[in-house]
Design a protein around this ligand. Structure first.
Ligand SMILES: [Fe+2]
Ligand SMILES: [Fe+2]
Length: 144
């Protein structure tokens, strides 16, 4: 059984606010992804180190992989029609995170990457993940 971290208070919740899709488990995972980005942001200044940034990005990449796998399983189980494009979007981000990982030599590059991932996540959640909800509702899986 996979146990998921739940979002913490503060920066994370304000980031997630307005971007909830209404599937609690996925919202919690999206919150966790924002939390990793907040941690990366917090490494600024004297706290910045290449190893801390690459370590954090490695953990973010691992968690994103898990989250994507869960979403993709749900899509497969429920016969979601646009699965291929959605999976491809996940694959592209995973690839980009890993290719950027070795370039975090200073905090400016880390900040650029953090901004890039944050923008990607918000756009993906609002425009791509949100489309899952209607399909899942039609499949009656969200109705109690
Ligand atoms: Fe997602
Ligand atoms: Fe997604």
């Amino acid at each position: 059984m996979i146990s998921m971290a739940t979002p913490k208070q503060g920066d994370l919740l304000s980031k997630l606010e307005g971007h909830e899709i209404g599937i609690a488990e996925l919202d919690a995972q999206h919150g966790q992804l924002f939390d990793f980005l907040a941690e990366l942001k917090a490494l600024r200044g004297k706290r910045y180190s290449f190893s801390a940034a690459t370590n954090l990005l490695g953990r973010l990449a691992e968690f994103a992989k898990l989250h994507f796998a869960i979403e993709e399983s749900m899509m497969r189980l429920l016969g979601y029609p646009d699965i291929e494009a959605h999976v491809e979007a996940h694959r592209q981000l995973s690839k980009q995170i890993l290719s950027f990982r070795s370039h975090l030599i200073n905090e400016d590059l880390a900040a650029q990457l953090q901004g890039f991932i944050e923008k990607w996540l918000i756009e993906h959640i609002d425009n791509v993940d949100r489309k899952l909800v209607n399909h899942f509702l039609q499949a009656h899986v969200l109705q109690s």
